[in-house]
Design a protein around this ligand. Structure first.
Ligand SMILES: NC(=O)c1ccc[n+]([C@@H]2O[C@H](COP(=O)([O-])OP(=O)(O)OC[C@H]3O[C@@H](n4cnc5c(N)ncnc54)[C@H](OP(=O)(O)O)[C@@H]3O)[C@@H](O)[C@H]2O)c1
Length: 264
């Protein structure tokens, strides 16, 4: 790619700029168009990238990352459709916005890739799911998967599964944050200070995640390994089961999937 345009350089936009650079894209080939001048200046200074007016940027970029909020997407499409480079691959990160919405909003025949990232992308441990629109070339698909892999992991899914992805990896970090909040509250109720409860809980979840990721063992095996019959862990897990934790989680995820479908 000779030039990669990033439209909207907020929280996710910055994480993607960092990913493009770690993937090997030269900072001087990355051109951002960002509404807020001070934000744009900050990123130019931090990464050595360039900035340009939206219409200029989209006319000269070979790949365009659309990283604005979903509610701003229609206005952006309207603004760029007259000047976009028709050979550019358009990569949309907006939650719930379908490939057909981007294609129709542009009406230019550009190939479109839809990506659902998540917040751990900001620390290089993201999970992204990619869906390819029609006409995306192998080279374009490899470029997208390549730079996303620099922010964590990437899988390809058919677009009809993007709502399920949203309910799993998109909203997923918040489920764990909620669980952490509950554990901290539980530890405080057992007499620990808030500081100690937080340290114990956060390090436990980080360590457990690392063990799960690096041991090559399944969550089921790791859970069984620490659960002796009639022991302390068994006492806690029995309580989870009696409250039907599996059903609660499945129900919550279905609610997230359904809401994602409604928003789309
Ligand atoms: N953050 C996440 O973890 C996450 C996870 C999954 C998906 N996403 C998706 O990523 C997208 C961006 O999210 P975000 O959290 O990075 O939002 P954000 O921090 O609000 O960044 C979007 C940026 O785009 C700017 N902008 C809006 N319209 C523009 C235009 N016409 N031209 C140039 N810049 C424009 C906004 O400026 P103003 O503030 O002045 O409007 C803002 O600085 C969203 O569609 C979201 O669904 C984000």
């Amino acid at each position: 790619m000779n030039q990669v345009g990033v439209i909207g350089a907020g929280v996710m936009g910055e994480a993607l700029i960092a990913a493009l650079i770690s993937y090997g894209v030269s900072p001087q080939s990355i051109v951002i168009s960002e509404k807020r001048k001070e934000r744009s200046d900050e990123l130019v200074a931090r990464y050595g990238i360039k900035t340009a007016e939206l219409s200029t940027n989209v006319s000269t970029s070979d790949a365009l990352l659309l990283v604005v909020k979903p509610q701003d997407m229609a206005a952006v499409l309207e603004e760029i459709k007259g000047s976009i480079n028709k050979g550019a691959v358009v990569i949309t990160f907006a939650a719930g916005k379908k490939i057909s919405f981007i294609e129709q909003g542009l009406g230019t025949g550009n190939s479109v890739v839809r990506v659902m990232p998540n917040t751990p992308t900001l620390v290089g441990e993201g999970m992204a799911a990619v869906s390819l629109g029609s006409g995306v070339s192998l080279q374009q698909a490899e470029f997208v998967s390549g730079f996303l892999a620099a922010t964590g992991k990437v899988i390809e899914v058919s677009e009809d599964l993007q709502d399920a992805v949203t309910a799993t990896s998109g909203s997923g970090p918040a489920y764990f944050f909620r669980f952490v909040e509950a554990m901290i509250a539980g530890a405080i109720a057992l007499g620990l200070s808030e500081e100690d409860a937080t340290t114990l809980t956060v390090q436990t979840i980080v360590g457990a995640a690392k063990l799960l990721n690096e041991s090559g063992k399944s969550a089921t095996t790791l859970r069984e390994n620490v659960t002796s019959p009639n022991g302390t862990t068994a006492a806690a897990l029995t309580t989870f089961e009696s409250e039907h934790i599996g059903e609660v989680v499945a129900k919550a995820m279905k609610a997230a999937r359904d809401r994602s479908q409604e928003l789309a």
